[in-house]
Write a protein that binds this ligand. Structure first.
Ligand code: FES
Ligand code: FES
Length: 184
């Protein structure tokens, strides 16, 4: 009998054991950054990726995620004129930096010479790799306005395209380099 009572009697539980574990607060910081020429201040979680910050906080969805991280180049943006993988960069690292996305390369609602060249030379098919291709090529043309074909290939070596086979992409960059001598 005593064993039956023991089985069915309410057991006094330690309330600390039943209580849900207190949620850990995610640390957040205020990020001051220039995105596409505009100064911004946003509260961001310390672990937030630059890719997610640009897409979800700033609302710039041109920057794409194409892989699990660090392999395809689709997420490339410019940071202080240099190409950088936004999927492998924390937003918090951008404090005081200048970030440019593919959207920021257009001027007054018009495509840039480089963007126009990709359009005209069929450097894009599905377009998923295109933002990363364009930002990487833009960085190349800023530091080397007249690149050789080999220099273009080397610069775009970290950007993968599953559609075009690269010839059209390289031709697009060459066309843009020639056109920028006339119209920067
Ligand atoms: S999404 Fe960044 S390298 Fe692929
Ligand atoms: S155009 Fe489709 S992945 Fe490059």
């Amino acid at each position: 009998m005593s064993s039956i009572l023991a089985e069915h009697s309410p057991v006094a539980e330690d309330p600390r054991a039943a209580a849900p574990a207190p949620k850990k607060k995610r640390a957040r910081s205020i990020l001051s950054v220039i995105v596409n020429g505009r100064e911004r201040e946003d509260v961001v979680p310390d672990g937030m990726l630059l890719l997610d910050y640009l897409r979800e906080v700033v609302g710039l969805t041109g920057t794409k995620q194409g892989c699990d991280g660090g392999e395809c180049g689709a997420c490339t943006v410019l940071v202080d004129d240099k190409p950088r993988l936004s999927c492998s960069t924390l937003a918090a690292q951008m404090e005081g930096r200048r970030v440019e996305t593919v959207e920021g390369l257009a001027h007054g609602g018009k495509m840039s010479v480089l963007q126009q060249a990709f359009h005209e030379k069929l450097g894009a098919q599905c377009g998923y790799c295109t933002p990363g291709m364009i930002t990487t090529a833009e960085a190349l043309l800023r530091r080397n306005p007249d690149p050789s074909r080999d220099e273009i290939k080397a610069a775009l070596g970290g950007n993968l395209c599953r559609c075009t086979g690269y010839v059209k992409i390289i031709e697009s960059v060459e066309t843009a380099a020639a056109a920028r001598k006339v119209t920067p």
